[in-house]
Design a protein around this ligand. Structure first.
Ligand code: ADP
Ligand code: MG
Length: 365
């Protein structure tokens, strides 16, 4: 069953200095029950706005939202179910815990507000605390706890109401990298125990890849692609998605009679040109999929060698363009050496006008 459906959801803001900003543009997406679904994209692309509309903190400019098959927001029909009646749990980036309440009272609060019978409150709070590794800290105040523990309080407070859907907006961004990884696993474990659907907002591609069943990449208020982490990594539909997931080389090439040339080099690149493309296009490769060797393939020159922890990275000159190539082998080449390249799985994109200026503007607002 679809747990969450967004249909033609749009949000426009009126700003004093920039006029109207369309934060989210005509989004259509369905999330299945029990799924961990990530919304991924750079700052300003509309992730939080989308999540806030699902939560009911934000009105829609157009479209409809369904939760568990029931309509909760409908602009045209003027339907709006308030956040507390949507059956959601929420955790945000800032450690939003109440400083004047101890751990127990923080977690008990939503149950008291919902007028849950007194006798039920204690066992439910204790179970939530146990699941979030906070048992024993009931009487402690949040200010005496670490960032990770404070975020666990927020998690416990979200799961204590038994939500059907958990909305998480960059919940791990303020934690140090090691703790962030541990918490990813804890969130997954909680999901298995409590069986909720997760909508996880992040700008961190590795976090989204590690957690999600499916993810949606957004840019400037638009959906770019929806799919499993492997689909998105292996078959990105455009340059933006390619560059957002993993590392990318984009080489400007010319397709002439089915042969592919980098600018200023008479040697053809040994790849099969896509039938539908011609003229100047982008050849996209991942640094770790290019094969580099001493005698076979496309001849190029090592411009620089960088030793990194798990691999060596070569910057390889192709005319006036540079390719990054990564290999686990040490000491294969030195700076200035000739090398040969093969491109086993290239992707191709049209050269489109960049939207960089618009993207930068949205990130400043
Ligand atoms: P993200 O969470 O992906 O970083 P947001 O959803 O917060 O992005 O913002 C998307 C766009 O909407 C940005 O350009 C942002 O400046 C704008 N925006 C968000 N909230 C408001 C608001 N309350 N008023 C005006 N503009 C807003
Ligand atoms: Mg945000």
């Amino acid at each position: 069953m679809d747990q969450l459906v967004l249909s033609h959801v749009t949000k426009k803001y009126k700003t004093k200095t920039l006029g109207e900003v369309t934060a989210v543009k005509d989004i259509n997406v369905s999330v299945r029950e029990g799924e961990c679904f990530s919304i991924l994209g750079p700052s300003g692309c509309g992730k939080s706005t989308t999540l806030r509309m699902i939560a009911g903190f934000e009105d829609l400019s157009d479209g409809q939202i369904f939760l568990g098959g029931k309509i909760v927001s409908d602009k045209a029909k003027n339907i709006y179910v308030p956040p507390e009646h949507r059956g959601l749990g929420m955790v945000f980036q800032a450690f939003a815990v109440w400083p004047h309440m101890n751990v127990y009272n923080n977690v008990a609060f939503p149950l008291k507000v919902a007028k849950v019978p007194h006798s039920e409150i204690q066992p439910r709070v204790e179970a939530a605390l146990k699941h979030c590794n906070l048992d024993g800290l009931e009487k402690t105040f949040p200010s005496d706890l670490s960032g990770g523990q404070q975020q666990r309080i927020a998690l416990a407070r979200a799961i204590v109401t038994n939500p059907k859907v958990m909305l998480l907006d960059e919940p791990l961004s303020n934690l140090d990298p090691k703790l962030r990884e541990t918490m990813r696993f804890e969130i997954k474990k909680l999901q298995q125990e409590f069986n909720f659907t997760i909508i996880f907002v992040t700008h961190d591609q590795s976090e989204a890849m590690a957690l999600s069943n499916r993810m949606m990449v957004m840019d400037m208020g638009n959906i770019q692609q929806i799919g499993t982490p492997t689909e998105l990594y292996n078959k990105p539909v455009n340059k933006f998605v390619h560059s957002f997931l993993g590392q990318s080389n984009f080489t400007t090439v010319n397709i002439e009679d089915g042969r592919v040339f980098a600018k200023g080099i008479p040697q053809a690149i040994p790849v099969v040109a896509p039938k539908k493309m011609s003229g100047e296009v982008l050849l996209a490769t991942r640094p770790n999929t290019i094969e580099i060797n001493h005698k076979e393939g496309y001849k190029a020159k090592i411009v620089k060698r960088v030793f990194l922890t798990d691999f060596t990275e070569y910057l390889v000159g192709v005319g006036d363009q540079i390719l990054r190539v990564q290999t686990p082998h040490r000491n294969m080449f030195r700076q200035g050496d000739d090398c040969y390249l093969k491109f086993p799985s290239p992707m191709w994109y049209e050269k489109t006008e960049e939207n960089d200026r618009e993207r930068a503007k949205r990130q400043i607002i």
